[in-house]
Design a protein around this ligand. Sequence first.
Ligand code: FAD
Ligand code: NAP
Length: 554
Amino acid sequence: MTPATQEYDAVVVGAGISGLYAVHTLRKRGMFVLGIESAAGVGGTWYHNRYPGARCDVESIDYSYSFDEDLQQEWTWSERFATQPELLAYLEHVAERHDLARSFDFLTRVIAAEYDEAAATWTVRTDTGRTVTARFCIMATGVLSATNRPEIPGRDAFTGESYHTGEWPHEPVDFTGKRVAVIGTGSSGIQSIPVIAETAAHVVVYQRSPNYSIPAGNRPLTPEQIAEVKATYPERRRKARLSGGGTPFTPYPKGAMEVDDDERQRIFDEWWHRGGYLFAKAFPDQTVNMAANDAAREYVEARIRQMVEDPDLADQLIPTDHPIGTKRIVTDSGYFTTFNRDNVSLVNLRRTPIEEITETGIRTTDGERELDMIVFATGFDAMTGALSRIDIRGRDGRELREAWAAGPRTHLGLMVDGFPNMFMMVGPGSPSVLANMVLGAEQQMDWIAACLDHLRGRGGVAIEPTPEAVDEWVAECSAKAAGTLFPSANSWYMGANIPGKPRVFMPYIGGFAAYGQILDEVARDGYRGMVITAADGPTGSGSKQDALVGHGER
Ligand code: FAD
Ligand code: NAP
């Protein structure tokens, strides 16, 4: 029987890529760890996003753990960009290989976490009524895990089938012969629309903002390619860690405006054929210099016009509201050409906005369309949504929601002043969604583990950043963003997709390698900007000092 309250060294919230690695890392250090996951199984993003066409947009060989060399050698990806089932199978395999699931309470949602200063522990409450305490709290809750179902009038009135891409059912969804609406043209909508169109009677795409999307150039990986990758994996990973985005690709060494037209065209062609969102990095100045951005934009516009037969439709599908790359460029498989099909039509919500979802369809200002199914591809309350849905209280009952009322404030994207011993993974203030998030999770968790060793070495019970360190990091993050074109887009990076959310560019845009260097420097400087509470310090928490030593494994 599970006791009502149990003590752990650490609680890890989330069983996605970050949470799995966190549990693995902490357990290896002999810590007594409880993982808590609201889903029925591991996988996080790849558990929840089962919509048709879901794939990674970072190449599978890079979008995979590097910590286990044997795993890296033994696992074989079948395609350049793996499908959701393959990614989920991989994460299930990792969990099994390292026996991680036994540390998790599944089907359990964390609803509150409160810091007890006297004991220097977190009390974590769940929706199953279980309460546990732990010295450390690792929030691996995901930055694209809190789905956004916009408050469209009549949203819940529809009596047909209705799905959100980020909460897709586990049973197969049959589109055959159905009239299907897809609301949203971000990555999820753009990936799913061509697949749904293959069997649906009709697909109506409700587009509020067009998006840049670039064909993935997906293909099966040949045995020769796989052998080459496996033979050179360490070098590939090394390059990835030294790069801006956590993948082994670096932009062309010259700016787009420093080369002549032919050279520019050649480089754009090269990166276009490489496929997907990486196009944003063809030239190093593309997302900082408007002239360079215009050149990239014009190149992609011409490509879209080649793919879409109807010129008026092409006009409507080409973004005009943001510089290319300042919203994540979608990596697609046949998106624009899908609009050449007879069974796909576009409703341009800028011209004819949605008035209401009715029992039988969607009514826009030009009338009602009857539907059998609505797919909400409307995205996420990104970066902060999962954390703000938990009642997190630090020292003196201070709420994280309150501390972040004007936007997330962190030290290094890892910790918040006043919330000792709480670490966040791949969250705001870190490269997060701007880089390969598997390597990002490893980079951060390795740092967290070393930080905990340092704390133990110093005989401390709690560690947290100073308010000044947080101020400095917030200023650094906004200065880095201000040097780019990113803040000019109404993107989810800026919180612009959620009504009332503060407009702040949330990830750290200084680059994956630069961020890693900063983490290393801070550690080398004895965790500069952070304060340790000693076991016999003013908190009087000496009795908890042994917590780090561990009580065996769960
Ligand atoms: P998640 O995978 O989101 O896991 C968080 C987990 O925490 C979830 O399972 C959630 O149920 C659980 N959780 C949250 N709150 C609570 C709570 N209160 N109580 C209990 N459990 C909770 N990134 C890339 O780098 N490359 C890609 O190709 C890529 N493709 C993506 C495709 C899609 C469709 C989406 C949505 C995102 C993609 N991303 C990609 C980003 C992706 O989210 C990360 O790569 C990565 O999977 C994040 O892992 P995570 O463990 O940090 O978070
Ligand atoms: P998203 O990029 O936020 O797109 C949501 C879409 O829904 C947008 O087109 C948005 O329009 C629209 N929308 C939201 N509210 C609406 C409303 N009230 N009425 C009409 N339209 C509305 O979300 P996402 O597509 O789920 O992708 C989120 C992120 O997840 C991606 O950027 C990417 O990082 C990751 N992802 C990656 C992949 C991959 O290829 N591996 C796949 C899926 C997701 P506006 O733009 O006008 O707000």
